[in-house]
Write a protein that binds this ligand. Structure first.
Ligand code: PEP
Ligand code: MG
Length: 597
């Protein structure tokens, strides 16, 4: 997206890794890999063509191996992403299908590879889940490096960049991103990619500002253009004028000061000025992220999204793999709690790229618990693995997408079968593992009093709750202005769940993005939410804000909030009462062109 006032140009993308950097653009291209010729191969030459393809794969794989071996210490925790890519080189869907296409259609390897990748992309085209989109990106990255070898294009060597620059690319693979040397690369922006892409995860680990999904940055930006990347707001400014430059220099240094200050205090408890202690936990997608939760002062894991382990391979993981993964997380986090959410994805998406999903509305389809109840063996395998991990530290089970009471009973029945089977086999597990549900479907809010009787805790998933309650697709930019966490309807729903939790003795946590945004904290505190789970980087700021707030005041404040009729009204009230706390001295308000005009 693009907006432009004076000479400067503002591009809007996805804020993937916070922070601000200012510098010269360095465009990295992958010339030669997108346009390939098609030609036919004679029968006699087919085997040679296949060998040419195999040799291109081997060279790409060897190069990746070298990158893996030279990965710097700070990124070793993500090495498995590169290992996954190594496996993808020989994946049936890519490797096998390309050879099959060369043979069947008697075409050159480049064309066959291109066709295979286009098919994969087509299969995933209608998917809205950013997570799955990221997995398609893995296939594309792997295929590009093979293509580079086939067409003899110069591979992209990020480690050879000698200047202090900001990378501008259509896309960067995790292997490329992992070669970034912090003293040379200030930040990165790409046309493709999203928050949960591997590139995004690596940028966050490196703590370099990154904005992805800009769509056409590589067309609008030229080499050596001065650009500002604001990874906190997801804005890129091209040709900034002097006023903007000065403003962003200030924002940059105040952000850096702010970060230093909050990180220093991140291990202090999240205790309000009137002595109420809140728990602040982290959301993770990969086991390696536990380290960030601990470093940023998180009390535990409030949401472990377990989909990744199913998606980064092309068949179902077995119980042993799952168990090892969960055990690692539990052991590192102990004595802190680990809340493991069961698989929240539909089978077609998760398992086989080959099977075509014909769901018109996947978000309303066979998703989360619905899929697991339809595939009890897959569910049971995961539950056994979680239960086994519970022998190594505090674990809770969280069920996603609950929309009716029967689903809880059915899931618990399968959980009991899993527990019985472990018991019979003499395998250790904690037989008092708590079971909770995501409150992310409006029907679960309405039925929370009934559901409370059968669960130990609620976790409010505002990402989906907002989507389903306001009928706003959470990833559709056209309706992004309607996606309002502070819409009065949402505030009332949270209040309803919090009240039921209080009266029914059921703990209530919030693990949607709303919990990690400083602006929402006075409201959540006033509503009585005292357990918040968020992306690890947000933990220090949220803890610091909690330490500046008072529950008594927040409870009085919420009475006025509940009288408001609109999100705008609530936001105005919030800022007039709490602006100095939520945008603390030194913490820049997120940049918004509207504030600036
Ligand atoms: C949510 O819906 O708020 C949530 C935390 O789950 P996810 O973002 O994984 O759908
Ligand atoms: Mg959800």
């Amino acid at each position: 997206m693009l907006s432009s006032d004076k000479n400067e140009m503002h591009l809007h993308g996805i804020n993937v890794s916070p922070g601000i950097c200012i510098g010269k653009a360095y465009l990295v291209g992958k010339e030669g890999v997108d346009v390939v010729d098609k030609y036919f191969i004679s029968k006699d030459n087919l085997q040679n063509e296949i060998k040419r393809f195999q040799s291109a794969v081997k060279r790409a794989k060897d190069k990746l191996q070298k990158i893996i071996e030279s990965t710097p210490e700070e990124l070793r925790q993500h090495i498995h992403i590169l290992e996954t890519h190594k496996v993808l080189y020989k994946d049936k869907m890519l490797y096998g299908k390309t050879i099959e296409t060369i043979e069947k259609e008697r075409v050159n390897a480049e064309w066959a590879l291109k066709e295979v990748v286009s098919n994969v992309k087509r299969m995933f085209r209608n998917m809205t889940d950013p997570y799955l989109k990221g997995r398609v990106a893995d296939i594309v990255h792997v295929s590009q490096s093979i293509m580079q070898n086939l067409v003899g294009a110069k591979p992209l060597d990020i480690s050879a960049i000698e200047k202090r620059v900001i990378l501008v690319a259509v896309d960067l693979s995790p292997a490329e991103t992992s070669q970034i040397q912090l003293e040379k690369i200030k930040g990165l922006i790409t046309d493709l990619g999203g928050k949960t892409s591997h590139t995004g995860i690596i940028a966050r680990t490196l703590e370099i500002p990154a904005v992805l999904g800009l769509e056409n940055a590589t067309h609008l930006i030229k080499n050596d253009d001065i650009i500002i990347v604001d990874g906190t707001s997801g804005i890129v400014i091209v040709h900034p004028d002097d006023t903007t430059l000065i403003e962003f220099e200030e924002r940059k240094s105040s952000y850096e000061n702010y970060k230093a200050v909050i990180t220093r205090s991140s291990h202090l408890p999240a205790e309000t000025t009137d002595g109420v202690k809140l728990e602040v936990l982290g959301n993770i997608e990969l086991p390696e992220e536990v380290a960030s939760v601990i470093n940023y002062g998180g009390d535990g894991i409030g949401l472990y999204r377990t989909e990744f382990q199913y998606l980064s391979r092309l068949d179902f993981p077995d119980e042993h793999d799952l168990f090892e993964n969960y055990k690692d997380v539990v052991e590192v986090m102990a004595p802190g709690i680990v809340t493991i959410r069961t698989l929240d994805i539909s089978g077609d998406k998760a398992v086989s790229y080959a099977s075509n999903s014909d769901e018109k509305n996947p978000d309303l389809g066979l998703r989360g618990i619905r899929y697991c109840l339809k595939q009890p063996e897959i569910f049971k395998t995961q539950l056994r693995a979680i239960l086994r991990a519970s022998a190594f530290g505090p674990v809770r089970i969280l069920l996603p997408m609950i929309s009716c009471h029967e689903e809880i009973l059915a899931a618990k029945k399968i959980l009991n079968t899993a527990a019985d089977s472990l018991y019979k086999e003499g395998i250790a597990f904690n037989d008092h593992v708590q079971v909770g549900i995501m409150i992310e479907v409006p029907s679960a809010v309405i039925m929370a009093d009934v559901m409370a009787k059968d669960v130990d805790f609620f976790s409010i998933g505002t990402n989906d709750l907002i989507q389903y309650s306001l009928a706003v697709d959470r990833v559709n930019r056209q309706v992004a202005h309607l996606y309002q966490p502070l819409n009065p309807a949402i505030i009332r729903m949270i209040k309803h769940v919090a009240d039921i939790g209080k009266n029914g003795g059921v703990e209530v946590c919030m693990c949607g993005e709303m919990a990690g945004d400083p602006v929402n904290i006075p409201i959540l505190l006033g509503l009585g939410i005292n357990k918040l789970s968020m992306n690890p980087q947000s933990i220090p700021a949220i803890k610091k804000i909690i330490r500046s707030l008072n529950v008594k005041d927040a409870e009085l404040f919420i009475k006025d909030v509940l009288k408001e009729k609109s999100e705008t009204g609530i936001m105005e009230l919030l800022l007039s009462t709490y602006r100095s706390i939520v945008f603390e001295i030194g913490y820049p308000e997120p940049f918004s062109p509207a504030n600036n005009s």
